[in-house]
Design a protein. Structure first.
Length: 85
């Protein structure tokens, strides 16, 4: 099973603190749907995250394949810097 990991902040906000999931999925989209089934509504939030599979950040992740022994990280968007110009 693939290991799917959420950031601790994300887990605190949306999944009651749960950050690690062992899922039988073959795409990132299936992983999002599986977690959304456990925590309804969280799928939309995951869709806004960056995704890294086995240490490689994926630009358009939803259809990306996941191997049974893959590690998948959902990374929240990082904001910052000066927005005034």
């Amino acid at each position: 099973m693939a290991r799917v990991v959420l950031s601790e902040d994300f887990g605190r906000q949306f999944t009651g603190g749960k950050t690690h999931f062992d899922l039988q999925v073959t795409t990132v989209r299936q992983a999002v749907r599986a977690i959304d089934a456990l925590f309804p509504g969280v799928g939309k939030k995951l869709g806004a995250c960056a995704v890294a599979i086995d240490g490689r950040i994926i630009a358009t992740p939803l259809l990306e394949k996941i191997k049974p022994d893959s590690e998948v990280f959902f990374l929240p968007a990082i904001r910052g810097g000066n927005t005034e110009r």
